[in-house]
Design a protein around this ligand. Structure first.
Ligand SMILES: [Zn+2]
Length: 251
């Protein structure tokens, strides 16, 4: 955090809670650079604070224990599982231009501090439908390629070797899907496989947030280093700063 380059002391947001919430870290990279900030930004960001779950989204990445483990003792975080959520508020955000290319309302990356055990299990569950067809294909391939077996198969039916390989791929995928489902059921007692059931996420959903991609089980991206720039990445303490007074601009 010491690498912050907040150099633009002329900026109307300089030193304010709004600046800290935007958390751009570097004035040169801020979309508001060189523009007079729309005073409505303070209201927007106050709304952003109001839409936070209890303890704010910062508690997810600031946690010193894994936020995906259900059981005690929870694991030690070794990285982050990232999952984006969006809100339809504020409606006029696109017009307010304080964030470019923003077509919806607020967007926030949820960064779950995550232990390596949870990461490994979630990835295994996600990749099982890919792993099993590969393994099965590697098992049947030698039989198809060894002339002795291949010849026997061709004598039975010319298409049999190809059918065996296709069956390994299709069957492997189906088996992988089933194993993935069963494995998910097994581990969900110990960790949040589907992050939409996480208490912080359910609280956010009640407040109108939605997963950015509405998959059946949301896909998590894993990173070692957390995203530390942009809305929703500011530390917990920032939310406790006094609210910004909108500059006197009564009409
Ligand atoms: Zn864990």
């Amino acid at each position: 955090m010491d690498e912050r380059k907040l150099t633009d002391t002329e900026c109307t947001l300089y030193g304010t809670k709004s600046c800290a919430l935007l958390n751009m870290q570097d004035c040169d990279k801020c979309p508001l650079k060189g523009r007079v900030a729309d005073p409505a930004i303070h209201d927007d960001l106050k709304l952003f604070c109001d839409l936070q779950p209890e303890g704010t989204v910062a508690q997810l990445f600031e946690s010193e224990t894994c936020t995906l483990c259900k059981d005690e003792p929870k694991g030690k975080p070794t990285g982050f599982a990232v999952f984006d959520m969006a809100h339809t508020e504020p409606k006029k955000l696109a017009q307010r231009k304080w964030l470019q290319k923003q077509e919806t309302g607020f967007m926030v990356p949820l960064q779950f501090a995550c232990c390596s055990k949870c990461r490994r299990r979630i990835l295994l569950r996600a990749y099982l439908p890919l792993i099993t067809p590969i393994v099965l294909t590697l098992i049947v391939l030698p039989f198809v390629m060894i002339e002795h077996f291949a010849q026997t198969m061709r004598q039975a039916a010319g298409w049999l070797p190809l059918a065996v390989v296709l069956a390994a791929i299709v069957g492997g995928y189906a088996v992988g899907k089933l194993l993935s489902y069963l494995y998910g059921r097994k581990i969900e007692t110990e960790l949040y496989v589907d992050v939409r059931t996480h208490p912080i996420v359910t609280e956010m959903i009640e407040k109108g947030w939605r997963p950015l991609f509405n998959d059946r089980t949301p896909h998590l991206a894993f990173t070692k280093k957390r995203i530390d720039r942009g809305l929703g990445t500011a530390p917990r303490a920032v939310y406790d700063m006094p609210d910004c007074e909108a500059p006197a601009s009564e009409e």
